[in-house]
Design a protein around this ligand. Structure first.
Ligand code: HAM
Length: 422
C-alpha cells in the first residue's frame, strides 16, 4: 500500500532504474560543457518575482499565467524559477563574473524549473532542464558553439531524429517596425477575441499558433526574416555559415518565435518527431538586451535550455540503447555465517577496485540469495561457502550463461575486471 499522500500533481519524479538514466544523461552533458570551457553554476531555486517580470516579460504565458509566486515571511514576493536564464544572468552580475576574466562568461547549470501548466505527457509543473549560457559576446561563433554543444550531446546519447529549427528575431532596431507591420496584417484577419488581444500584446506569438484555421490565415504574414536590418542579416548569415562549417544540419524556420520576451537575433529549437504535442525538446537563443533590462551593464548573451524529461522520453521512443553504467556487476551469495563475514569484505574490496558489487543481506539461504542475484542485473554471482574458504577460492557463476568456475581469491579482482571488460 502506498501512503495517503500522492505525488504532487504534474511533478515528474524519477526513481531507479529510470533515475539512473536521468543522472547518466546529465553527467554526459557535464562532460560536453567541460570540453567547451563552461563552468558549473549552482543557482538559486527562487528569485525576486520582479526578476522574471522584467527579464522574461509580462506579456509571456510563463510570467502572466504559470509562475509559482509566494510571499515569504518578510513580505517579499518570490517566485520558483520558471526558467534559468534570468537567474543565471542575475548571478553572473551579482558575483561580478563578467569583471573577472575574458568574456564571454561561460556557465551551465541544471535542476528543476516550475511552471503551472496543464500537465500531460512531456509537460510537467516541476520539470528539469540543462541550461548553458555564454554572456558578454555578440560573436556569431558563440551562437554556433552553443548549438554544437547541444547537438554533440544529443548525438552522444544516440539520438538520431532530432531536428534543429533556426530563426532570427532581429534586434531592438529592426523589430519594432516589423512588429507594427505584422500587427497591421493580423488585425485584418478573422480571429477570435483572445487571439486579437494577443495581436496587441505579443503579435509574434500569433505566428506560433498551432490551430489549422489560424495557421492558414497567417501563412501570408510578413516575416521577420524579410525585415532584418543589415547587422542582424549579417549576423544570421554568419551563424548559418558556421553551422555549415561544423556539418550541423538545420531548417530555416521563419515562424519560430519562442515563448520568452528577451530573445533577439538567433533563436533555435530542437524538435523530436516522436514526442507528439510536446515536440520541443530544447530551445535557446540570443538575449542581447536582457542584462540592461534587469539593471545591469550592456552584456550580450546566448544560451539554451534543454528539457531533460523530454530527452528521456525521446531516448525511450528511439530505443537508442544509451544506458547508465550498471549499479551491480557482481552479486555475492554466502553460504553460512563465516562465509558471509568474508564475503562482506570481499564485496567492499571489489567496490574499492571499481567493480559495482552487492550481496544478499539478511542471512538468506542459497535459493533466495540466487533469486536476489538474478534480480540485481549482475553479470556474475560470487558464491562463497566454507569449503571455498578452506580452498582459498570462490565460485564465479556467469548468470546469463550458467557456467561456474572456481577462482583463487588472490586472482579474483583481476579475473573479474578482465571478464567484465569483455
Ligand atoms: P524554453 O523553451 O521555455 O526555454 O524551455 C526549454 C526546454 O525546457 C523546452 O524546449 C522543453 O524541452 C523544456 N520544458 C519547458 N517547459 C516544460 C514543461 N512544462 N515540462 C517539461 N519540459 C519543459 C527556456 O527556458 C530558456 N530559458 C532557454 C534559454 C536559455 N534561452 C537562452 N538561454
Amino acid at each position: 500500500m502506498s501512503s495517503s499522500f500522492p505525488t504532487p500533481k504534474g511533478v515528474s519524479e524519477y526513481v531507479p532504474p529510470r533515475a539512473d538514466l536521468f543522472y547518466a544523461i546529465r553527467a554526459a552533458f557535464a562532460e560536453q560543457a567541460r570540453l567547451a570551457g563552461y563552468g558549473y553554476l549552482e543557482l538559486a531555486v527562487f528569485e525576486d518575482t520582479n526578476l522574471f517580470r522584467r527579464g522574461v516579460g509580462e506579456s509571456t504565458d510563463v510570467v502572466s499565467k504559470e509562475m509559482y509566486t509566494f510571499e515569504d515571511r518578510g513580505g517579499r514576493s518570490l517566485t520558483l524559477r520558471p526558467e534559468f536564464t534570468a537567474g543565471v544572468l542575475r548571478s553572473v552580475l551579482a558575483n561580478g563574473l563578467h569583471k573577472q576574466g575574458a568574456l564571454p562568461v561561460k556557465v551551465w547549470t541544471t535542476g528543476p524549473a516550475f511552471r503551472a501548466e496543464r500537465p500531460q505527457q512531456g509537460r510537467y509543473r516541476q520539470f528539469y532542464q540543462l541550461d548553458l549560457e555564454a554572456i558578454g559576446s555578440d560573436d556569431p561563433r558563440v551562437d554556433a558553439e552553443t548549438i554544437a554543444i547541444a547537438s554533440r550531446w544529443y548525438r552522444s546519447l544516440g539520438l538520431t531524429q532530432i531536428r534543429l529549427m533556426l530563426n532570427s528575431l532581429g534586434c531592438r532596431e529592426c523589430r519594432p517596425a516589423y512588429r507594427a507591420l505584422l500587427q497591421e496584417f493580423l488585425r485584418g484577419l478573422d480571429l477570435d477575441e483572445p487571439t486579437r488581444e494577443r495581436i496587441e500584446i505579443n503579435p509574434l506569438r500569433v505566428l506560433d499558433d498551432k490551430r489549422p484555421e489560424v495557421r492558414e490565415q497567417v501563412a501570408k504574414a510578413p516575416l521577420m526574416a524579410d525585415h532584418l536590418c543589415d547587422a542582424c542579416q549579417a549576423h544570421h548569415d554568419r551563424v548559418r555559415e558556421l553551422l555549415a562549417d561544423l556539418g550541423i544540419e538545420w531548417e530555416d524556420s521563419p515562424t519560430l518565435v519562442r515563448g520568452l520576451d528577451y530573445y533577439t537575433r538567433t533563436t533555435y529549437e530542437f524538435e523530436h518527431p516522436l514526442l507528439g504535442a510536446q515536440s520541443a525538446i530544447g530551445g535557446g537563443g540570443r538575449y542581447d538586451g536582457l542584462s540592461e533590462d534587469i539593471g545591469g551593464p550592456a552584456l550580450p548573451g546566448i544560451g539554451f535550455g534543454l528539457g531533460l524529461d523530454r530527452t528521456i522520453l525521446a531516448l525511450e521512443a528511439e530505443g537508442t540503447g544509451f544506458a547508465a553504467a550498471p549499479r551491480c556487476e557482481v552479486f555475492g551469495v554466502a553460504l553460512g555465517e563465516p562465509a558471509e563475514r568474508r564475503l562482506f569484505t570481499m564485496i567492499d574490496e571489489l567496490r574499492g577496485a571499481g567493480v559495482a558489487a552487492d550481496m544478499a543481506y539478511g542471512g538468506k539461504k542459497l535459493k533466495g540469495a540466487m533469486k536476489d542475484a538474478d534480480r540485481s542485473g549482475a553479470r556474475y554471482a560470487l558464491i562463497l561457502g566454507e569449503r571455498d574458504i578452506a580452498a582459498g577460492s570462490v565460485q564465479l557463476k556467469d548468470l546469463a550463461g550458467g557456467d561456474q568456475t572456481a577462482v583463487p581469491l588472490t586472482e579474483l579482482t583481476a579475473t573479474l575486471k578482465e571478464r567484465l571488460s569483455r
